[in-house]
Design a protein around this ligand. Structure first.
Ligand SMILES: Cc1cc2nc3c(=O)[nH]c(=O)nc-3n(C[C@H](O)[C@H](O)[C@H](O)COP(=O)(O)OP(=O)(O)OC[C@H]3O[C@@H](n4cnc5c(N)ncnc54)[C@H](O)[C@@H]3O)c2cc1C
Length: 220
């Protein structure tokens, strides 16, 4: 899996901080940039603590994600407050086998062999269909959830906080959890105030939506 932050609103904490200040003061919008950086940061921190996270919608992040499975991207695109561009299986012929192997299969030699054989049989059939002039948009029906794909996603910071709540959870599926943790690492560097408490819902909100009392992170 490759995850790269390829776009960020310039000075990503400034607009949310100005928006936060606007909501908590008589300052006119056009004068907000006269406030000191320290004051703006403090206001943003305070508003984040109160959970008024709509102010962070003013800042967005774009990630390039490659070598992940279609299984992952199917879960990712369920997050509706986002924009996506994904490699097409209609316009791109995926002639060479490219698939993700789940770690639990990877570490078992017999299972891995059976898995790889299955993948190669699938790709043989896929290529056979293409060679019989079946268009890629139809041939792709035989491809598995494991198929590699590439996607670009843009989310605003509020949507990202929700994404991390749900997908950094230890009960989220391993591949999307790994993606969420990688994205969180990236945004923490460029927007540390916004993402200071980001992570699974139990960490940020003290709530376990899964109600898994045996989870090591279950809120005390
Ligand atoms: C561990 C786990 C297991 C899951 N299992 C399943 C499953 O078995 N089957 C399945 O179908 N999905 C499953 N999902 C997907 C889940 O139901 C959500 O679709 C997905 O996590 C996107 O979350 P979201 O709706 O909060 O995000 P977004 O779509 O980005 O929405 C963000 C927020 O905006 C609001 N919102 C967005 N659209 C609407 C709307 N139309 N109406 C009202 N409010 C809206 C909601 O408050 C929502 O939380 C699972 C998710 C997780 C984390």
């Amino acid at each position: 899996m490759n995850v790269k932050l390829i776009g960020v609103t310039p000075n990503p904490e400034l607009l949310p901080a100005m928006a936060a200040k606007l909501t908590h003061s008589k300052t006119k919008p056009e004068d907000l940039d006269k406030s000191s950086e320290k004051e703006l940061k403090a206001t943003l921190e305070q508003v984040m603590k109160l959970g008024h996270t709509s102010v962070v919608e003013h800042t967005s992040f774009t990630f390039a994600i490659s070598d992940v499975s279609r299984s992952l991207t199917h879960q990712l695109v369920r997050h509706r407050i986002a924009s996506y561009s994904q490699q097409s299986q209609r316009y791109v012929n995926l002639n060479d086998p490219c698939y993700i192997i789940p770690p639990k299969i990877e570490k078992n030699k017999t299972m891995k062999q059976a898995y790889e054989e299955t993948m190669h049989t699938i790709w043989e059939q896929y290529n056979k269909l293409l060679s019989m002039d079946i268009p890629a948009e139809d041939a792709r029906y035989v491809l598995p959830n494991a198929t590699c794909t590439n996607i670009i996603v843009t989310m605003n910071a509020r949507s990202l906080l929700n994404f991390f709540d749900l997908r950094c959870c230890l009960h989220a599926q391993w591949e999307i959890r790994s993606l969420a943790n990688r994205m969180l690492q990236e945004v923490k560097v460029v927007a540390p105030t916004i993402f200071k408490h980001a992570g699974p819902s139990c960490k940020r909100k003290g709530i376990c939506p899964e109600n898994k009392k045996d989870c090591p992170l279950y809120p005390k």
